[in-house]
Structure formats: structure tokens, C-alpha cells
Design a protein around this ligand. Structure first.
Ligand SMILES: *Cc1c(COP(=O)(O)O)cnc(C)c1O
Length: 236
């Protein structure tokens, strides 16, 4: 784990790399947000990323969010959007709704309905992404690509939820071609969701994909939000 003092420099380097990848792909760097993936990081490290310019953080587990956010908010009173990027058990939905602005890991109907009901009860809306298992790896969460468009359209229709787009974890492979194939598919699925005409899908243009190891390929494939841990905070 790197020291808090190194985090600002690492953040700047990641931001520069993202901007460079966007330009190389003929895209506007402003169209790619950086989410800091903060699992295992201390509140001090998370606050350092926020002070360096980060505005979106993603945590994998609700329990870790509950444990770290009070200290993060005490150290940082500026704007921050909090996303859940790990799998969510239905019995943690209420705890999640207290802490997060967005759940990126919506992967089953029961979860979508429960989030929608909880958001309505709180008289708010919750941003969501539908997670897609684009690589087909058994260890990865997410709906199958074949089911993604229909499922996303149903989720978008739930009162209380605002569908922002699709999320995936790229193939775990050293072969760039394999990674690229899994991520290219996501742009096609997103276009099909947006073009479906289903209520709530017209603005669901976002693609959350790309991590420290594959962010350049992900941006080439249309990512609008990369989720970066190691390149900001050092090895876990
Ligand atoms: C940890 C994690 C990341 C970031 O991974 P790095 O390789 O450390 O950049 C992104 N997305 C999810 C869902 C993660 O769990």
C-alpha cells in the first residue's frame, strides 16, 4: 500500500493516462470519468484521492462502506458520489441505500425490485447500472450478454431507479484480443438498450468498464467510467 502522499501524484498520472487514451480513440477526455475503487483503503487514503480531484468512489462491500464513510466525510466535505461496485445481497439493501448514490452491480430481478422499493420508501431515486458477465468467466457476476438488453429494459422501468447504463469486469487475460472482444460487445449491448424504446432507457448511455490493467482498451471500446484501484492506491 502506498503512502497518502503518493496518492495525489498517482491520481494525476491516472487522469493523464485516461485523457491520453481518450484522445487516441478520438474521444473527448471529459466523457470518461474516473471512479476510485477503494476496497481495503483507509479513510485517509480515500480522502487523499478526493483531495487530489477524485469525485466518484466505488466500494465492493456495504460493511466496508459503513465502516469507512464517516471518517471519509469528516475529512472531506466536498462533493463525492458513492457507488457500490461489488455484489449485493438482498439483506444488505437497506444499509446500502443509506450510504450510496449508485449501485453498479444489479444482476438479478429480486435485487432490482428491492432497491426500487427501498428508494421509493425513502422518497428518492437510486442510480443503477446493470452488471453484465461479458467475459463468460464463471467467477464473475452479472447477467449473461444474451439476457442483458431485456433485463436492463425491465430494470429501467422500475419506479425509484434510474438506469445509467451497463457495467462489466473485462476478461481476466493477458491476451489483449480476448479482453477487447469482451469489452467491444458491451458497446453493442448498450446501443441495443438505448435503442429499445423501453421507458427509462433513452439516457442509459454509460459504460462502466476498465480497471488499472485494461483501462486503455476499455476507453477504446467506449467506456465512460473506468474503475481504478491499484494505479491510484498502489498494490493491495
Ligand atoms: C478492485 C476493483 C476494481 C479496480 O481494480 P484495479 O485492478 O485495482 O484497478 C474495479 N472494479 C471492481 C468491481 C473491483 O472490485
Amino acid at each position: 500500500m502506498s503512502g497518502v502522499s503518493e496518492i495525489a501524484a498517482r491520481w494525476d498520472a491516472v487522469a493523464a493516462r485516461v485523457a491520453e487514451s481518450a484522445r487516441a480513440a478520438g474521444r473527448d477526455p471529459a466523457d470518461v470519468q474516473i471512479l476510485a475503487a477503494v476496497k481495503t483503503q483507509t479513510p485517509a487514503a480515500i480522502s487523499a484521492a478526493l483531495a487530489a480531484g477524485c469525485r466518484v468512489i466505488g466500494q465492493n462491500r456495504v460493511q466496508e462502506l459503513t465502516a469507512t464513510m464517516p471518517d471519509v466525510r469528516a475529512a472531506w466535505d466536498g462533493p463525492v458520489e458513492v457507488h457500490l461496485i461489488g455484489s449485493l445481497q438482498t439483506n444488505k439493501v437497506n444499509a446500502a441505500l443509506r450510504e450510496v448514490d449508485c449501485v453498479q452491480s444489479v444482476d438479478r430481478w429480486e435485487l432490482a425490485e428491492k432497491l426500487a422499493r427501498g428508494a421509493q420508501r425513502r422518497d428518492r431515486h437510486l442510480d443503477v447500472f446493470v452488471q453484465v458477465n461479458a467475459s463468460g468467466e464463471e467467477t464473475k457476476g452479472g447477467v449473461e450478454p444474451e439476457e442483458a438488453v431485456e433485463f436492463a429494459a425491465r430494470v429501467a422501468g422500475l419506479d425509484g431507479l434510474r438506469l445509467r447504463g451497463l457495467m462489466t469486469i473485462g476478461a481476466n487475460s493477458s491476451d489483449d484480443g480476448v479482453v477487447r472482444a469482451s469489452l467491444e460487445r458491451m458497446g453493442e449491448l448498450r446501443d441495443a438498450v438505448v435503442g429499445s424504446g423501453a421507458p427509462g432507457t433513452a439516457d442509459a448511455r454509460e459504460l462502466s468498464m476498465g480497471m488499472s490493467g485494461d483501462l486503455d482498451i476499455a476507453i477504446e471500446c467506449g467506456s465512460t467510467m473506468v474503475r481504478i484501484g491499484t494505479a491510484i492506491f498502489g498494490p493491495r
